[in-house]
Design a binder for this molecule. Structure first.
Ligand code: B12
Ligand code: SF4
Length: 466
């Protein structure tokens, strides 16, 4: 009974928020007052993990919020329009303590944060009953139906900047492209993407140097031309034509030049830094002359070559992060839609090392068809390339991706859970796969790095195959 009462109360509050949303246009026009925005990005709680760093395991904390570039650009748009904004990353609702109310609350969504986002919506209904709430980001864009228990909220599918500008201008929000609202059966087309990325303001640096560990995150390009079956880019390609876009190298360098003081390293979080060779060359030439932060890039192994590595080294690149993802070529090609051969991967890691740059491998364990043998192949390929850093996660299928659908076809259950991000944490979900039990998968996950690093004579000892 008590629960039912609370639910009714929440529904009333949600209705109030919708009423406010519907009347926002007229209200703003009439009052012409400053609007206050709260942009939220939930992230999973911090957890202790282990990473192998040159010759030994090192304790570290995972789950730092990361700088949210998308919200930060929207933050700049809000500030430039004369309105006010707070951007907050949180993993616990108790962190959302404010002594003021907001006109607008935007929540950015990743799939792994689904449960925290649902809790947030209930929390906001009570704490910020007068705010108008909008959900956006990757999960809201591609799996809006998962918010069916919150029919009063609106979602925005696609990029946020053009939608936001129109909202600030006082346009009728329900008519805007991007809007998805179950209760009113509104399913507008995806919000348009910004074609000229240089036309956007630089991201609002809302985190202190300490909060971001003196790490400067830069998004120089958006999207990726490839179509790996587990990645969000394949969905963006379906939603938009020519989704991949780049800022001009000059625009990127100017941003870094003005910001670099106080940071100790930089990460180009772009999906594939070397994909457009001419663009990368121009950027690296300018970076060498005008920027001084050591930096990290991510790239497909097949795009690595001597010419680019020479330029990267010269510009200050100290780590190249590359996806191995799986140890079996046929699985990479047919299941992951990645066509690099073992040889190409091995050569890429070798070449990067020859230039005195650290290597880093990305790996996925627990694909629907995985078994002991296939997992040992991932370990074997990593043993051959000896990455300086190893990153590995249990596969989690994202809604609508090809591999997500394949997992459903195979009848393998992988719930969306915030525990996804918790390395070695009890809450991490291990699926029961047809080819390998939960316990064995957990064993390989827990021992992944040491199996890669152990001396060759112990390889595949009975202990590991038990
Ligand atoms: C940089 C990055 C990170 C950084 C920073 C994350 C952050 N806070 O943004 C770090 C390293 C911390 C990170 C961590 C993880 N990441 Co990550 N990351 C990325 C990456 C490469 C780029 C993100 C980016 O800056 N894009 C450019 C900006 C402009 O776009 P945007 O952030 O999406 O925001 C725009 C729109 O989405 C929209 N929008 C966003 N929020 C809102 C809200 C409202 C209300 C509106 C209207 C619009 C809107 O408008 C923005 C401006 O256009 C993406 C890949 C990608 N192509 O996006 C993966 C990606 C987002 N990451 C992903 C994953 C899986 C993770 C991890 C779970 C990985 C792991 N296993 O450890 C963790 C989870 C972290 C967490 N907080 O929960 C997945 C998410 C898939 C999904 N369905 O959720 C992606 C899509 C990559 C993939 N595999 O497909 N990541
Ligand atoms: S190369 Fe990387 S970013 Fe590009 S589609 Fe594949 S996994 Fe996604």
């Amino acid at each position: 009974m008590a629960e039912l009462k609370i639910e009714r109360e929440i529904i009333q509050l949600n209705r109030k928020q919708m009423w406010l949303l519907k009347n926002q246009t007229e209200e703003t026009k009439m009052n012409n007052t400053i609007q206050t925005f709260l942009l939220l990005h939930p992230y999973p709680p911090k957890s202790k993990g282990l990473i192998f760093v040159k010759g030994g395991h090192k304790q570290f904390h995972r789950g730092h919020e990361g700088f949210h570039y998308g919200l930060a650009v929207m933050g700049s748009i809000i500030i430039n329009s004369g309105n006010s904004v707070d951007i907050v990353g949180y993993s616990d609702l108790n962190q959302l303590k404010f002594d003021k109310q907001f006109d607008w609350i935007f929540i950015s969504t990743f799939s792994n944060q689904y449960s925290l986002i649902c809790d947030t919506l209930l929390f906001i209904s009570k704490k910020f009953p007068d705010s108008k709430v909008i959900l956006g980001g990757v999960h809201a864009s591609f799996a809006p139906e998962t918010f069916k228990d919150f029919p009063y909220y609106i979602l925005v599918r696609g990029e946020g900047e053009i939608f936001l500008k129109k909202l600030i201008d006082g346009k009728d929000y329900l008519q805007l492209p991007g809007v998805f609202k179950k209760e009113d059966k509104i399913k507008n087309e995806f919000a348009p993407i910004v074609r000229d990325l240089d036309s956007l303001p630089y991201a609002f640096r809302y985190m202190s140097l300490e909060q971001c560990n003196h790490r400067l995150d830069i998004v120089a390009q958006r999207g990726c031309i490839y179509n790996c079956s587990y990645c969000i880019n394949m969905l963006y390609h379906k939603a938009y034509k020519n989704y991949k876009r780049s800022r001009t190298p000059e625009n990127v360098i100017k941003e870094i030049e003005n910001l670099q003081k106080g940071y100790d390293h930089l990460v180009f979080v772009d999906d594939d830094f070397l994909e457009d060779k001419e663009w990368s060359k121009e950027l690296l030439e300018k970076y060498s002359k005008r920027c001084n932060l050591p930096f990290i890039i991510k790239v497909r192994p097949k795009l690595v070559n001597k010419e680019m590595l020479g330029m990267l080294k010269e510009a200050g690149c100290y780590r190249v992060q590359m996806g191995i993802e799986h140890g079996d070529y046929e699985t990479r090609k047919k299941i992951l839609y990645r066509d690099e051969t073992d040889e190409e991967i091995i050569n890429a890691f070798k070449l990067v090392k020859e230039f005195g740059i650290q290597t880093f491998s990305y790996n996925i364990l627990g694909l629907p068809d995985d078994n002991e043998e296939s997992i040992l192949k991932i370990i074997e390929l990593n043993r051959q390339v000896k990455p300086d850093h190893i990153y590995y996660t249990i596969f989690q299928p994202y809604p609508r991706t090809r591999l997500g659908e394949y997992a459903i076809e195979k009848g393998v259950e992988y719930p969306i859970t915030e525990s996804y991000f918790r390395w070695n944490a009890e809450l991490r979900y291990f699926p029961e796969l047809p080819g390998i039990s939960k316990e064995r998968l957990r064993y390989y996950f827990d021992n992944f790095e040491s199996l890669i690093r152990q001396p060759i004579k112990d390889k595949y000892s009975k202990k590991h195959l038990k």
